[in-house]
Design a protein around this ligand. Structure first.
Ligand code: SAM
Ligand code: DTB
Ligand code: SF4
Length: 315
């Protein structure tokens, strides 16, 4: 008799293997599709900061929480280009612009972002945006401007989602992701660990990602950075080996994707980050700041790669 395994059964089976077996499988698949020494360096720029109408329970930028963050209006194009130039000079091959918007509104501000995209794309870097929800015609405009990828995370499982965010639904997120892929833009979609979710929630997030068609080409795995003033300020940190298991499982399920070790690296030891690279993570954000929160210094990351005999991935 052939058992009828669901996707979730399969994912659980992968995840629960003894760690040596899980890491061996992840390494094998990683090496078939990627240079195991290479890590893509990416730079984030918060082009519009804070005062966000959404109530994401983890976020420093939500107007629903008192985090003491100073809101900043949409940056001007020249300043963003300065940042992009500095990022490229420092070895980043992907420049990601984030705006604390609920959704894109048509008008002068979006036109300015389109200009930013055009000009960064002309600098021969991958260009990514994360601007909240969008409509198909806006995705089309971003595509025409030269956008490589759009980041829109599902964050957690469908059932845990409303414990964290109430101002929009999982379906809203999926609709935006659909509009992005329909426009021919590469989808960057992942999640956060450490929101108080169960391991099963994390695997259900992976299950949802498996059902995206096409599958995401870029999967950020964030570890919660607890922000004072948010409902999650006292969240319990996850077991570091669960982080490694999650990275390895993601690598096995999405052999060709970039798996990005994203927020939360300041709290990870060098040894844990190295294990995540061995498990198949092949990208980091570099520079002392993410959007609003701290990140390891670039020099520390360069030294870490050097100590591991690893290299920044060329474009
Ligand atoms: N406003 C846009 C949106 O929500 O799509 C883009 C910016 S938002 C900051 C991008 C992602 O960063 C979130 O989906 C979440 O996964 C991650 N993130 C935000 N705050 C975080 C925190 N405190 N710790 C870890 N990850 C975080
Ligand atoms: C993603 O998944 N992680 C990045 C990027 N996409 C935009 C953002 C991390 C934000 C960390 C919290 C902060 O800097 O405020
Ligand atoms: Fe706004 Fe994005 Fe933060 Fe949610 S994660 S509050 S949408 S900036």
């Amino acid at each position: 008799m052939v058992a009828n395994f669901t996707t979730l059964d399969r994912i659980t089976h992968i995840y629960e293997q003894p760690l040596p077996d899980l890491l061996f499988e992840a390494q094998r698949i990683h090496r078939e599709h990627h240079d195991p020494r290479a890590v893509q360096m990416c730079t984030l720029s918060s082009i519009k900061t804070g005062a966000c109408p959404e109530d994401c329970g983890y976020c420093a930028q939500s107007a629903h929480h008192s985090t003491g963050l100073q809101p900043e209006p949409l940056m001007n194009i020249a300043d963003v280009l300065e940042d992009a130039k500095a990022a490229k000079a420092a070895g980043s091959t992907r420049f990601c612009m984030g705006a604390a918007w609920r959704e894109i509104r048509d008008g002068a501000q979006f036109d300015r972002v389109l200009d930013m995209v055009r000009q960064v794309a002309a600098m021969e870097m991958e260009v990514c945006c994360t601007l909240g929800m969008l409509k198909p015609h806006q995705a089309q405009q971003l595509k025409e401007a030269g956008l490589t990828a759009y980041n829109h995370n599902l964050d957690t499982s469908p059932s845990y989602y409303d414990k964290i965010i109430s101002t929009r639904t999982y379906k809203d997120r999926l609709d935006t992701i659909r509009a992005v892929s329909d426009a021919g833009i590469s989808v960057c979609c992942g999640g956060i660990l450490g929101l108080g979710e169960s391991v099963r929630d994390r695997l259900e997030l992976l299950e949802t990602l498996c059902h995206l068609d096409p599958p995401p080409e870029s999967i950020p795995i964030n570890c919660l950075i607890p922000i004072e003033g948010t409902p999650l300020e006292n969240a319990v940190p996850i077991d570091p080996f669960d982080m490694v298991r999650m990275v390895a499982t993601t690598r096995i399920l999405f052999p060709a994707a970039m798996v990005r070790l994203s927020a939360g690296r300041t709290e990870m030891s060098d040894e844990l980050q190295a294990m995540c690279f061995l498990a198949g993570a092949n990208s980091i954000f570099t520079g002392a700041k993410l959007l609003t929160a701290a990140n390891p210094e670039r020099s520390h990351d360069e030294q870490l790669l050097d100590r591991l005999g690893m290299i920044p991935k060329p474009l």
